[in-house]
Structures are given as structure tokens and as C-alpha cells.
Design a protein around this ligand. Structure first.
Ligand code: MN
Length: 245
């Protein structure tokens, strides 16, 4: 994704420099099958160096893993010079408590995925996986990535035809999961990505309400009409979604 990569570099060297802190909300990479498998690639080295450069200007970097790069480890973290934070996390930004989540754990209508997620987060399973040869892991990672792209494209096609409401629901967060997370963490401002449905929502369930901001994914390697990349900026004047295409 050369154009997307180029925009990310420009972002790190312009917009991001104005911030005190940057929170990367996961799925920075298409897939990650262990630091040793990626740190030999010049591409991943390069991304790490761009981030390191940004942090050397005094911008604090935080990373929350997504469903594609949850195996990102300490080696890359020290290359990028970021602090890894758990999913979800509460952070205080410009005096506001903000609940940050990648978003996949909120898609509770997709129980098949949730089952897969509960398996792949097991520490012993990850450790055994990392024992496999790098080439096997790469094959496995790209296989999963391709499957998920096919699933996503099918979902988008059905959405266009508006034929299948159930498929539509599986790709989005549920009201119940958002209610549960915001209640548990006593925070009524939730920010996540993952669903590819950028927006701002005011939602409520049983008299409890919260605000939910959704980030877009980044893909500038599509046609101009389909290009997308945004960020959410929080400062003393409030919260704003900013288009970066
Ligand atoms: Mn994701």
C-alpha cells in the first residue's frame, strides 16, 4: 500500500508533530506473526524508524494492538519507541476521560470471531505459534488476512444490496457490548476503530447513555472516491474527526 504508507509518513512528519501524544488504535499492519518474522523486512524497519523519529521530537507514542497485529512484541515496541497499552484503556486527554478500544471485542454478534479471538489471545498458544518457522507463520498470517478480506468484501456487497441485515450486524459493534464496556469503566466517551464505519454516535440503553466515535481505516491505494484515512483529535476545544485523505 505505497500511497497509504506515504501518507502515514507525511502524517508522522507533519500533523503528528503538533500533538503531545499519539494513540495508534491497532491494525497498523495487515498482519503480524512475531517480531522476528517482520524485523528482517526493510519495510517494517522503516515504519519503526519513522515512529522513532516522531517520538524523538517529544511526541509520546502509545500503541493498542488490533486483531491483525496483536502479536506485536517488545522488539518492535523498542524500535518504534512506543508504550503498549491494553485494550480497552482509559486515558485522560485534555481533561477528559476517554475509553479507548480497538473495537473487535465489541462486535459480539459475530460469536464465531469472538471464539477465535478468545483462542488466539491465549499466551501458551501464542508462545507455541512463535516456535514455528518464520515461513510457515508468514503463510498462516497471509492466509488469515486473505480470508478476512474475502469476508469483508462479501459483507460490503451484501450491504450494497441491503439483502442481509444479519451479515450487516456481525460487522459492527453491539449496543449491549458498548453499554457493558462504558458502564464497567464508568466512562461515557468511547473511541474505537476496526468496523470501517467512521462516525459519531450518541447511544443509550436502559437510561444509560454514552458517546461513541469511530475511526476510519486507512486506505489511499484505492480510487480517489474510495480513499479513506482519518484521525480523531482531542484538545481543550473538544473532539474532532479530521479527514486526512
Ligand atoms: Mn481490526
Amino acid at each position: 500500500m505505497p500511497l497509504t504508507t506515504e501518507r502515514f509518513q507525511a502524517f508522522c512528519q507533519s500533523e503528528a508533530l503538533k500533538a503531545q501524544a499519539i494513540f495508534i488504535m491497532g491494525d497498523l499492519f495487515e498482519f503480524w506473526v512475531g517480531d522476528d518474522a517482520h524485523l528482517q523486512s526493510s519495510y517494517h524497519q522503516y515504519i519503526g524508524q519513522i515512529l522513532h523519529q516522531l517520538s524523538s521530537h517529544g511526541v509520546k507514542l502509545y500503541f493498542m494492538a488490533g486483531n491483525r497485529d496483536f502479536m506485536l512484541g517488545e522488539e518492535f515496541a523498542s524500535l518504534a519507541n512506543w508504550v503498549t497499552i491494553p485494550d480497552p484503556s482509559i486515558v485522560k486527554i485534555a481533561g477528559k476521560n476517554v475509553l479507548l478500544a480497538h473495537g473487535d471485542s465489541l462486535c459480539t454478534d459475530d460469536w464465531g470471531y469472538q471464539l477465535f479471538r478468545s483462542f488466539n489471545r491465549l499466551e501458551w498458544l501464542q508462545k507455541s505459534f512463535l516456535q514455528l518457522p518464520v515461513s510457515w507463520r508468514h503463510k498462516f498470517g497471509s492466509h488469515l488476512r486473505n480470508n478476512s478480506t474475502i469476508k469483508y468484501k462479501k459483507r460490503q456487497a451484501l450491504l450494497l444490496k441491503q439483502e442481509n441485515q444479519a451479515v450487516d450486524r456481525k460487522g459492527d459493534v453491539t449496543l449491549a457490548a458498548c453499554d457493558q464496556m462504558t458502564t464497567q469503566h464508568q466512562c461515557d466517551l468511547l473511541i474505537h476503530g476496526h468496523t470501517h464505519r467512521p462516525g459519531k454516535h450518541t447511544e443509550s440503553l436502559n437510561g444509560h447513555s454514552w458517546q461513541r466515535w469511530v475511526l476510519s481505516d486507512w486506505d489511499l491505494d484505492q480510487s480517489i472516491e474510495q480513499s479513506r484515512a482519518n484521525m480523531i483529535r482531542i484538545n481543550a476545544t473538544g473532539i474532532a474527526a479530521i479527514d486526512l485523505t
